[in-house]
Design a protein around this ligand. Sequence first.
Ligand code: ARG
Length: 501
Amino acid sequence: SHAAPALWRGRLAAEMHPAARRFRSSFAEDLALVDTDIDVGEAHVLELARGRLFSRRELARVLRAYEAARRDARRILSRPSAATAFHDVHPVVERLVIARCGEDVGGRVHLGKSRNDQVATDICVFARRGARATAAGAAGLQRALLGFALTNATEVVPAYTHGRAAQPTYAGHWALAWFDAASRDAARLLAAATRLNRCPLGAAAVAGTSVPLDRARTAALLGFDGVWDNALDATGARDHVLELLAALAIFQHTLSRLAADVIALSSEDAGVLSYPDAFADTSSAMPQKKNPDPLELVRARAGTVAGDLSGALAIVHGLGGGYSRDLQELKVLLWRSLATVRESAEVTALVVAGLGVRPGRGAAIVRRGFATAMDLADRLSLERGVPFRRAHFAVGRLVRTLAAEDRTFADASAAEASRLLSDAAGRPVLLDERTWRDWTDAAARTAARRTAGGPGDLPNQFARARRHLDEQHARLRALAVREERARKLLRAAVARSIKPT
Ligand code: ARG
């Protein structure tokens, strides 16, 4: 009964070949759009009825048919045969509506509408919800990072450059670095959501319609900030999809780099972080193995998501304005990226919540790597008047001597250090034992780096992070509340119109 939509093919002398039907179908990705598509259809007929293009009784019948289609469309689209029977979600819904309330009434729902403005609207609704949910995922990761930072605030860990121990810092400082990165990701996703919040509906196929429609009303019913103004632009543009994909790809890259940090810091080599067993795999062959597989997949999927973005850019580039079927291909990429990034953020947050700092391990790496060397040179400059370049050279020489003997700063006495530094500096640099220990001590040196954003500034950064989370939470909630309010508005309008009067 829901066979190929022959009524669409008045122009054509042949039914579409089954191979072509299957080939051009987007029913698999459209499963996710069933509810949204019906909401959009309902908003449109409510507006048609306002313009007296449906009587109140007809409107009630149509809306009841839409509600019945909500139940049936998903089942039909799930059937393997759907691919040959239908293009996509839109004719499935329309045919269900016509089947239920007859062509005289149901056959009028597509007046003033095109699949081009309809799918553009579906995508905006779906993508803006996905952008908000992914931003909420970034916020969840930020909360996990802040929790870790507060618990392990001043544990010393090495900060790396070039993959080599560079300077000691605090575990809290390390975690807040990723917190800040994730907050920029959330902001990018919310900016993309803002751009998605204009309603294409009413733009029709490409250059508008003569059917009287108040686009602002359908836009409001669907929870949009306003209309997507120019009809040609509204139906053909996909830069908002590219922008969201870019924000998603960048967020996944943040997750990937964080994953790489955790993988390295929790390895046997570093051993700075303890890694939660519940997120580890083992080996079928090597009984001792504890592998961070979920984070490896987070890392790898930066590639998958980057691929989706680059695929999307390649699909859209070179298309002129207006809709082309090429644009259908974007949906799969966007759906997949949204799912990948949300799951990755969730898993990463859970891993972070399960991380710990192993006491003393970070300080040991700092010692082995002479990572307080710059701090020592700074002290020689500031407190002994050695020009920094000369102090740099002298400390470098000291490190060279000690490293050659496989010793650390801690293995040298103040007298030996003073002698070596004086020789290299070409002037007396005399340090007593207490000063020498203090100027090479990881914890003391880390605390002394008090400039804004440094580890010694951690309390301010905690305060900023908390304030930021509060503001972000309010913003995310406001968006969710608005979406929910719009949903209720549409539901109430439908219910009012269905109710027999
Ligand atoms: N399935 C199509 C898409 O996802 C819907 C729009 C089709 N419009 C058209 N004129 N062929 O883009």
